[in-house]
Design a protein around this ligand. Structure first.
Ligand SMILES: NC(=O)c1ccc[n+]([C@@H]2O[C@H](COP(=O)([O-])OP(=O)(O)OC[C@H]3O[C@@H](n4cnc5c(N)ncnc54)[C@H](OP(=O)(O)O)[C@@H]3O)[C@@H](O)[C@H]2O)c1
Length: 262
């Protein structure tokens, strides 16, 4: 193992890892190299300043750093230039979850390279999922999942403020959301099918109802004098769909507004 600040490797040394003096030395003794740093720029910096680029020839380089699909494509071109095979991965877990059988990591790139790295990847993340040959796919999955995850978290934090304003315990909200997660998951699944099939008729839950729901959250925030940012944003988004004429359609019809331009 190697890290710029070598002291951070100490807990791994206690578990039997060997620390290399520099990145090139670590790569030199490793047929498979996994890198996970702040960003793709930091990866380049390490390979360029640590003289590690030449060491990577003939090895399988697995990038675990979070990036965009374009970052992944650039990473693959770069690795090819140095004679390395390349897989791009995305970690869907926090550090303490690494090494567990249920931990998901998305990986994409040449299937042959994935099969080579799979046994090692499964030790680190038992639920490693191969997303396909297109190297940018794991990053696309990652950013799509993160959009849902962080969007949900922002809603949760606002929900926590509603609870605080009404004197209700916030941890009860966390317990409730965990318990009803499959129900919310089913709604997302149904929305995804509607979008894929372009089927927005016969709404069980209309876009207008969603708008009205978030308008009520804005009203509550004003009444309780709590922050209005989240419900105001969500309400404005749903309102765009209503103004565009999709109010009676399924809530997933909002995708038509999002498609209209960057
Ligand atoms: N933490 C999570 O829960 C989580 C979950 C999913 C994905 N990820 C992804 O994992 C990646 C790392 O996140 P993290 O939470 O581990 O971040 P972190 O704790 O801040 O660690 C950043 C790492 O990057 C290294 N680094 C940064 N710039 C460098 C440079 N110019 N040269 C050499 N090394 C450099 C740091 O080295 P030093 O120790 O020397 O500073 C450190 O090892 C990110 O892409 C993140 O999105 C993290």
């Amino acid at each position: 193992v190697w890290n710029r600040t070598s002291a951070k490797a100490e807990p791994l040394v206690q578990k039997g890892a060997l620390v290399a003096a520099d990145a090139a030395a670590a790569i030199g003794v490793s047929p498979i190299v996994i890198i996970c740093v702040t960003g793709y720029e930091a990866t380049r910096h390490i390979f360029e300043t640590e003289k590690a680029a030449s060491a990577v020839a003939g090895r399988l380089l697995i990038q675990w750093t979070t990036g965009t699909p374009q970052d992944a494509r650039d990473g693959e071109s770069w690795a090819k230039q140095y004679g390395a095979q390349y897989l791009d991965g995305a970690i869907i877990a926090v550090p303490s979850q690494i090494g567990r059988p249920e931990t998901p990591i998305f990986v994409s790139g040449p299937e042959e390279a994935f099969r080579q790295g799979e046994p090692l990847l499964r030790v680190l993340a038992g639920s490693t999922q191969y997303m396909g040959e297109a190297v940018g796919e794991a990053a696309a999955w990652d950013l799509a999942v993160l959009s849902h995850y962080f969007g949900g978290l922002l809603g949760f934090y606002h929900g926590a403020r509603i609870f605080e304003s009404e004197g209700i315990r916030v941890d009860a909200l966390g317990d409730m959301l965990a318990a009803i997660a499959p129900v919310i998951g089913e709604v997302v699944q149904n929305d995804s099918k509607a979008i894929q099939a372009a089927d927005f008729d016969n709404a069980e839950s209309s876009l207008e109802i969603c708008w009205k729901g978030m308008e009520l959250a804005v009203k509550q925030a004003r009444e309780s004098q709590i922050n209005t940012d989240f419900p105001a944003f969500a309400s404005a988004m749903f309102k765009k769909g209503v103004v565009a004429g999709y109010g009676e359609e399924k809530q997933a019809a909002l995708i038509k507004v999002l498609r209209e331009g960057a």
